[in-house]
Design a protein around this ligand. Structure first.
Ligand code: SF4
Ligand code: SF4
Length: 184
């Protein structure tokens, strides 16, 4: 039997990685761009991510409906509501990781009326995608400014995030700075 580890590592924590092609799975146009770059000798600097360096929100067709300020007073799961196919998910109370995720997928999930789960990873400069997503969620949870929330309200709101680690770290837990779950 091979040795078992008590942690899961990313590929680049294990072997040197020349280039990254994000996505689950990477879309054909990005694969084709990468092959063309190899064949024409136009690869960027080693270690680059071969995808646009913009957040998904910046290219999302629903961006215009995303309000400047969002106050999410209740978190809804996609199957709990009839989702408006034109409106930003966050505006509808559904968690979407578009603000914390790199673009380049062609908004596949958004076009299928499902929120982004973050499979493209973070944009350049963000070390921990889950922490970025968590900070985004924390900044929009709550009632409007003038209303005060009780501790019970806060607890109820947070309970609305079923599986918080799975929500923000679905594709990036091994790269998290937190690294592991605290066990009893
Ligand atoms: S949060 Fe999601 S639905 Fe809203 S603009 Fe960003 S990617 Fe689009
Ligand atoms: S919308 Fe998000 S989860 Fe869906 S393919 Fe694009 S990056 Fe991946």
């Amino acid at each position: 039997m091979p040795e078992f580890y008590d942690t899961v590592k990313t590929l680049d924590q294990t072997i040197p990685v020349d280039y990254y092609l994000p996505g689950c799975a990477p879309p054909p146009d990005l694969i084709m761009n990468a092959i063309n770059a190899i064949l024409t000798g136009q690869l960027p600097e080693k270690g680059a991510v071969l995808a646009p360096n913009k957040a998904l929100c910046d290219t999302c067709s629903r961006n215009e409906t995303k309000p400047e300020k969002i106050s999410m007073a209740e978190i809804k799961r996609p199957w709990e509501i009839k989702i408006d196919p034109e409106k930003c998910f966050l505006e509808q109370g559904v968690i979407c990781l578009g603000p914390a995720t790199r673009s380049g997928c062609g908004e596949t999930c958004i076009k299928a009326n499902m929120p982004c789960r973050g499979c493209f990873g973070p944009v350049e400069g963000v070390v921990d995608q889950g922490a970025k997503a968590l900070s985004m969620i924390a900044s929009i949870l709550g009632l409007d400014d003038e209303e005060k929330m009780t501790d019970e309200d806060v607890e109820k709101l947070i309970e609305g995030i079923v599986d918080p680690a799975g929500t923000v770290y679905r594709f990036s837990l091994p790269a998290s700075l937190l690294r592991r779950k605290r066990m009893e």
